[in-house]
Write a protein that binds this ligand. Structure first.
Ligand code: CP
Ligand code: NVA
Length: 310
């Protein structure tokens, strides 16, 4: 009997133990990268990257990462493939997955990536959907661990939109046992059903706040994201007005722990969801966060294809 294909469509697709392994492996892979040591665990393997939305970090981190693992990539967009011309997603999945070893998709609805995965012969990775951004949260937690050690028992404050990032933080809090506090303007709350919020938060917890200052009190990490995610541009003006008080500035950072970190998945809009003094200040680890996308995704791709390495 063949082993079932392991996809990474949401954060909960890896167990806490598997996450710990991926972090450990990402550390090793990062160390070797910094030392210019070859790590060709995926030589002759091919990754297809399908983008239905724009990207800088996801594209560069997956593409550079795959080459560094000794493999190669195929880059597809809606505009330059049959994906944008109504070929059924199931047919695209069957065809693409006969020619490559791994597929990364950035798209709109989570159901699209799920349909693709259901018809794929190879592992599929979520490179962002309207609902989730699991590779980003893997990188964020890896970054937290690098700076502060285990995230279990720590407090993370999410300030802003109840979006794909917030949903994924919620899944991570339950799985890895940390406390998530979320403050959003009214009407932009995390939809717990969409977030697939676990009914059992384990050692973790989840609490909502109407006041962002209260959410940040005593936090170990303060994090935010754009007010308007890709695909929601028509709501831009309404969101600007609604989110005006949800800017992570020095006032909010002042009530968090003195050594609290600041994270943002980027791209950022200084003066909107974060002030320049915070994102460019000493508590911000946003550049480590961006770089770590590549290291954790290399570890993730290796794990999905090869399993645990000795
Ligand atoms: N954080 C992130 O996913 O960035 P990109 O949209 O540039 O890929
Ligand atoms: N929430 C943002 C993240 C961008 C990386 C979006 O979906 O556009």
């Amino acid at each position: 009997m063949s082993t079932p294909i392991k996809h990474y469509l949401q954060f909960t697709d890896l167990s806490a133990e598997e996450c710990a392994y991926v972090f450990e492996r990402a550390s090793l892979i990062k160390r070797k990268f910094k030392a210019y040591e070859k790590h060709h665990s995926l030589s002759d393997r091919t990754l297809a990257m399908i983008f239905e939305k724009a990207s800088t970090r996801t594209r560069v981190s997956f593409e550079a990462g795959m080459y560094q693992l000794g493999g190669s990539v195929v880059h597809l967009t809606t505009g330059d493939s049959q994906l944008g011309r109504a070929e059924p997603i199931e047919d695209s999945a069957k065809v693409i997955s006969r020619m490559v070893d791994l597929v990364m998709i950035r798209t709109y609805e989570q159901t699209k990536i799920e349909r693709f995965a259901a018809h794929s012969r190879v592992p599929v990775i979520n490179g962002l959907t309207n609902e989730f951004h699991p590779c980003q949260i893997l990188a964020d937690i890896f970054t937290f661990i690098e700076h502060r050690g285990s995230i279990a028992g720590k407090t993370v404050a999410w300030v802003g939109d109840g979006n794909n990032m917030a949903n994924t933080w919620l899944q991570a809090a339950a799985m890895l046992g940390f406390h998530l506090r979320v403050s959003t303007p009214s009407g932009y709350e995390v939809n717990e059903k969409t977030a697939a919020a676990p009914s059992d938060m384990g050692q973790g917890s989840y609490k909502t706040y109407s006041n962002p200052l209260q959410a940040c009190e005593g936090a170990d990490l303060v994090t935010t994201d754009v007010w308007t995610s890709m695909g929601f541009e028509a709501e831009n003006e309404a969101r600007r007005a609604a989110f005006a008080d949800w800017c992570v500035d020095s006032r909010l950072m002042a009530v968090a722990k003195p050594d609290a970190l600041f994270m943002h998945c980027l791209p950022a809009h200084r003066g909107e969801e974060v002030s320049a003094e915070v994102i460019d200040g000493p508590q911000s680890v946003v550049w480590d966060e961006a770089e770590n996308r590549m290291h954790v995704q290399k570890a993730l791709m290796e794990y999905l294809l090869l399993g645990r390495q000795a």
